[in-house]
Structures are given as structure tokens and as C-alpha cells.
Design a protein around this ligand. Structure first.
Ligand code: FRU
Length: 450
């Protein structure tokens, strides 16, 4: 990232102030573009603009001038989340214009378009899906986060919505020219568990639909974050106007901090907001709040979405581990591979008065950030949340490969295609890494990200 020692070193964060969702992820003219929700004036959410960063390798990002500001009547209280598409050599952003109009059900959320020829400066083309384009009975105050794509010689957009007095829904629109849109269908045709859905994303080639759910009722240990990102596998059936596929949404990430992800339009790579609503952000003392996750490659295998880090890193020499290993790491990546794994206890960012841990306990990984550094306060009241714990199923058979991506304020753990992502705010100098393992054969490889 840009040269600021207090910012994460390879995760996107705001140059100043607050950021939330990734937006408009696209490869355009040979470069990866990541836009994001940003409020540079403060370390809390405010009238949101689109920040912009570019990269050649999904790892080294450079900030560009902000792309969209709330400066029109229809987006005057925020340029909310959205996506990007290339058409006839130009880059188009489709986003939600948010206007308060006094609040409550007078709020209006409409879908807007902006265009750029150079991928840097954007001209607004106005509202393309307005409240009048909502089918009867849907709430014009909760209608947002369009994700656009092209299929069957048409443009499609999936937009989060809600029925008046109802819960979250997803709507499909189609267009021939990106300007005039027609309502096609309501994806599930029924309310979802969350009071509202946000940031839907659909990958037709993989057959996966991802969405973030606000305030879904809790569901045992499978759902502890009050806001959760889920996926369902299947395809949109445009002809019969429905979704054909699995019914129950699987959890996308088992950690504390993963929300509103989006995939690149032309690549099977996903980035999420590495944070969550209704949490405190100890990094405000450094002048920023909110980061994006490392990019993850996604695939579908069997009945699951499989994720692995997609970052450019240089592998060091493999080290055999016999029982224990000590190292130092604040920023970077490592893998632990083992055969017939029986026990694993890993401590990260160990300092005189803090550490973060991951332990294998039977058929699950237990991640503990209760002693990881500055306290992060959250609303969840279940015993795991109160104790700083998150769990992820242990998925390997005879061979295990655990990959950990670390930056100054985060840990992302990958094993057997599952991911557990959490922010941590360790005290200065906490750079110890301690591994204790029981397995038949164990190797540790450290990767440098320069
Ligand atoms: C998701 C979200 C979106 C909205 C944006 C506003 O985190 O609530 O639904 O567009 O953030 O910043």
C-alpha cells in the first residue's frame, strides 16, 4: 500500500478516515481496480464517497483520486455500494444514490451510472433504475448495491431490496444498453432471514450467489456475527424467472470480520470488507478505520465455495518442524503442512502482554482474539463472542495445509477451502510466532510480501 507506516502494508485501507465495502472490482485495461466506500473526514461512517485503488498483482495497491462524490440531488447523502463493467472500451460504475429526504420511509435509494474512458475520472450519467422501476409492494428506501454483469447478449443487475413491512429480497433487472432497465424477477420469491440483504454478487460461470444479511436470527454456532455473509450454489434461470440451487445459505467466512464481499467481474477473485457494522475500531487513533481483506481465489468444489489467498508472495525455504517452531512475523504469509495431524497450537503476534491463538480442538479450529491487543467492542452477546472466540470446521483428511495471511491489524486463516478472517490490534513490538504441533510430518514455509 502507499507509504504510511501506520496503515496495513498490503491490505487496502483509506488514506484517511473510514472505509467499508469494496465496490466496482474489475480488471480494466490490464490493471485491477478496487473502489471502496469511503468517508475520509472521520473514522466513523459518514456521507460516503467512492475511493479508488489500482494494482498490477492484487497485492501492491496504489490510491487514485476518489471516483464518486455525493454531489447530485439523487445521491446527495451518499454514493452507496455498487459494481463496475467495461463496455465498448469504457468503464461504467453502477452504484446506489442515497438521499435522506428527512429519513425513515422518505429515504430514497436509486441505481445510478457513471462512465470513464481512462479509468480515473468519471462522468455521472444519472439515475438508471429509480423507485418507479420497483415492482409493487417493495420499499423504495431499502433498494441498493447493484452488481452488474453481461450474459446472453444482455446486461443483468442484481439489487438488494425489501418488501414494505418485509425482510430482505434480491431483484434481477436486465438491459440492452446499461441505461434503460427492466425488472425481471425476485430471485427467491420470499423473505430471507435478515431484515435486509446487502451487496449481492452473482458468478454465473461458477454458479454461486453471495449476499450479506443484516440482523439475521442466530443459528447456533453456525452464525454468531449479527451481520453475516452467506452463499448459495446454483444458477439464475432467466427464462423461468427463478434461482435453481441450494436453499440454505452457507457461511462465507468463519471469522469476526468479513462482510459485503464482491468478486471481480472478470476473475474468480473475491475481496470483502475486513470489518463489520456495530464494532469499535481501535485504529481510529492512527486516523483510520476499516480495511479490505486480501483477495481470495474462489472455486466451487462439490457443495462448497473454496477460497485461497490470491496474493503475490515469494516462498522461502521449507523448514521441517519437529514438535515446535518459533519465528517472528507481523506482515506476510506462511503455510504449515502436516500429515496425520493430531494437535496444533499456534500463537501469533506474541508480545509481552498480548497474543492471538489458533488451536485444533477435535473437529474444529478455535481462534481466540481475547488477548490480542486493544479491545474491540461488539454487540454480540453469545458466549463465544464474549470470550473473543470464533470456530471453523477442521476439514482435512490425511494431509492438512494451513495458510495464514498476516498484516499489521489482521489475520486471515485458510484451511481446506474455508476461511476465518479477523482484525486484531496488537501492542507495539508483538511479532512472535510460536507453533507447537503433533503430526507425522510437518513443514513450515514463510512467504515474503515486499
Ligand atoms: C453494506 C452497506 C451497503 C451500503 C453501504 C453504505 O456494508 O450497508 O448496503 O451500500 O454499506 O456505505
Amino acid at each position: 500500500m502507499d507509504n504510511n507506516t501506520l496503515r496495513p502494508s498490503f491490505h487496502i485501507a483509506g488514506e484517511q478516515g473510514w472505509i467499508n465495502d469494496p465496490n466496482g472490482l474489475i480488471k480494466f485495461k490490464g490493471k485491477y481496480h478496487a473502489f471502496y466506500q469511503s468517508y475520509p473526514a472521520d473514522t466513523v461512517w459518514g456521507p460516503i464517497i467512492w475511493g479508488h485503488a489500482v494494482s498490477d498483482d492484487l497485492t501492491h495497491w496504489k490510491h487514485l483520486p476518489n471516483a464518486l462524490y455525493p454531489d447530485r440531488k439523487y445521491d446527495r447523502d451518499g454514493c452507496f455500494s455498487g459494481s463496475a463493467i467495461e463496455w465498448n472500451g469504457s468503464l461504467y460504475l453502477m452504484y446506489t444514490g442515497h438521499s435522506l429526504n428527512g429519513g425513515g420511509n422518505a429515504i430514497r435509494q436509486v441505481q445510478c451510472l457513471a462512465k470513464s474512458d481512462d479509468g480515473v475520472s468519471f462522468v455521472k450519467l444519472g439515475v438508471v433504475i429509480s423507485s418507479d422501476d420497483l415492482p409493487d409492494g417493495y420499499a423504495p428506501e431499502d433498494f441498493r448495491d447493484p452488481k452488474v454483469w453481461r450474459e446472453n447478449d444482455k446486461f443483468y443487475a442484481i439489487v438488494a431490496a425489501r418488501k414494505k413491512h418485509g425482510r430482505g429480497r434480491l431483484l434481477i433487472y436486465s438491459s440492452d444498453d446499461l441505461l434503460k432497465w427492466t425488472f425481471e424477477f425476485d430471485v427467491f420469491g420470499r423473505d430471507c432471514a435478515g431484515i435486509m440483504l446487502e451487496c449481492p454478487d452473482y458468478k454465473s460461470d461458477l454458479g454461486v450467489l453471495i449476499y450479506s444479511e443484516q440482523f439475521a436470527p442466530t443459528d447456533g454456532i453456525r452464525h454468531l456475527n449479527i451481520h453475516t455473509t452467506r452463499y448459495v450454489l446454483g444458477k439464475l434461470d432467466y427464462k423461468n424467472k427463478r434461482f435453481i440451487g441450494s436453499d440454505r445459505g452457507h457461511i462465507c467466512d468463519y471469522g469476526f470480520d468479513f462482510y459485503a464481499p464482491q468478486t471481480f467481474l472478470n476473475d474468480n477473485v473475491m475481496i470483502g470488507w475486513m470489518d463489520m457494522w456495530d464494532r469499535t475500531h481501535p485504529s481510529y487513533v492512527y486516523g483510520f478505520a476499516g480495511m479490505l481483506t486480501a483477495p481470495r481465489r474462489i472455486e466451487v468444489a462439490g457443495d462448497r465455495l473454496v477460497q485461497s489467498p490470491a496474493i503475490a508472495a515469494k516462498a522461502g525455504r521449507a523448514k521441517k518442524v519437529n514438535g515446535t517452531l518459533s519465528d517472528r512475523m507481523i506482515t506476510g504469509m506462511f503455510t504449515v503442512s502436516a500429515k496425520n495431524l493430531r494437535a496444533l497450537d499456534l500463537k501469533l503476534r506474541v508480545g509481552p502482554d498480548c497474543y492471538t491463538s489458533l488451536k485444533l480442538a477435535g473437529d474444529e479450529w478455535v481462534f481466540d482474539r481475547s488477548n490480542s491487543g486493544s479491545e474491540i467492542r461488539m454487540h454480540e452477546k453469545d458466549p463465544d463472542s464474549v470470550r473473543g472466540i470464533r470456530r471453523m470446521p477442521f476439514g482435512s483428511g490425511y494431509e492438512t495445509r494451513l495458510t495464514v495471511v498476516m498484516d499489521k491489524y489482521s489475520v486471515e486463516i485458510f484451511e481446506n477451502g474455508r476461511a476465518l478472517t479477523s482484525t486484531i490490534y496488537p501492542h507495539d513490538g508483538a511479532d512472535g510466532l510460536e507453533l507447537s504441533i503433533e503430526a507425522d510430518d510437518c513443514e513450515y514455509i514463510k512467504y515474503d510480501i515486499d
